[in-house]
Ligand binder design. Structure first.
Ligand code: TXA
Ligand code: MG
Length: 318
């Protein structure tokens, strides 16, 4: 079983020797291995049971390290990196050949991210290689936002979980592909689009990719799903169709009668989408563990992180 602790030295030693370490970030916990060691990268895919076509994000501690990872960094990418990194964003850039194609699933592009978490930043500073890290959950399941979530699902497959407490953002990074002076959002996430628009001075249009032709494999419709059926829509309407005892409720601000309170999770009583994002995966896990038949969920307002939350809820409901 994995040891849960805060020993950065031990985590660094394990990573240097090609082992897996779960790491805290501000978005979700990652399952890290040296991006330069192919066998270590393969063991990430094995531990997660992740298909080889789903590329990994490479994590580093500073923009100065980007050249290790990408061959060319467009001006627009620098601008975004300077504005938002460390932070909940990933940039897709042209791959440096020293990043194995295993990491990028054969793509000539690579995802680069600087996670905003003090423990993980000091760990990365001690290493002379970047780490590849997907979210630390079995493929297709909800991402972990605490060390305990990681232990519950992958504890028997990894030696060490670096415990950085609960994730402060709570949903995965926003993924931006940058080609020359053009930007495309591949995944909605912890960095809100209006913040990006304020830096580039242009409106952004996000087009949700279809499940049959995903631009980024994390965008498969059935991703981020709990095991229970999630029905997304008007909760009071949907409530009428079921026995209250058989229901779980995932709501934005309110409790709904007559479902027992212990079977309900309110994401943010004050109506704050950042708080709702922080609670989202915790809520899905909580409800998924109850002896209920279905989870009724509702969309949240599309301000701030609301769009990203609704994206995850929609995918969880397929
Ligand atoms: O917040 C996050 O991004 C977390 C933390 C651990 O950093 N990581 C994360 O990784 O969510 P993962 O593996 O669960 O999702 C990474 C997704 C892939 O599924 C894929 O959609 C996209 O990033 N991706 C990675 N490299 C890419 C590339 N070269 N081109 C297009 N998409 C890429
Ligand atoms: Mg993931």
């Amino acid at each position: 079983m994995a040891v849960i602790g805060t020993d950065i030295e031990q985590a660094a030693t394990l990573l240097r020797t090609g082992k897996l370490v779960a790491i805290p970030t501000e978005t979700v916990y990652g399952l890290a291995a040296s991006a330069f060691q192919e066998p270590a990268v393969i063991s990430i895919f094995e531990a997660k049971q992740r298909p080889a076509f789903d590329p990994l994000i490479v994590h580093t501690h500073s923009i100065n390290q980007f050249e290790q990872i990408a061959v060319h960094i467009p001006d627009l990418a620098y601008k975004l990196a300077e504005a938002f990194m460390p932070g909940p964003v990933t940039l897709i850039l042209p791959r440096n050949p020293q990043i194995p194609l295993l990491v990028t699933s054969g793509n000539e592009s690579v995802g680069v991210r600087i996670p905003d978490h003090p423990l993980t930043l000091s760990l990365l500073q001690q290493l002379d290689f970047p780490v590849a890290a997907p979210s630390a959950n079995p493929f297709g399941y909800v991402s972990p936002t605490t060390a305990q979530h990681v232990a519950q699902q992958l504890g028997d497959r990894i030696p060490y979980i670096l415990d950085g407490g609960p994730c402060q953002v709570g949903i995965e990074s926003t993924i931006i592909q940058v080609i020359n002076d053009q930007l495309e959002i591949l995944r909605l996430g912890g960095l809100a689009l209006d913040q990006i628009e304020a830096v580039i001075n242009k409106p952004i249009t996000y087009v949700r990719t279809s499940s049959s032709n995903p631009k980024a494999p994390g965008m498969l419709s059935s991703h981020y799903a709990p095991r229970k059926k999630v029905i997304l829509g008007n909760i009071p309407e949907n409530l009428k169709k079921y026995e209250p005892q058989s229901l779980g409720i995932l709501s934005f601000r309110n409790l709904y009668e007559p479902v027992p309170t212990a079977q309900q999770f309110v994401l943010s009583p004050s109506g704050d989408t950042s708080e709702a994002a922080r609670n989202l995966f915790l809520a899905l896990r909580y409800l998924d563990a109850l002896p209920i038949a279905v989870i009724l969920a509702e969309l949240v307002p599309e301000t701030g992180l609301g769009k990203a939350i609704n994206d995850r809820l929609t995918r969880a409901s397929f």
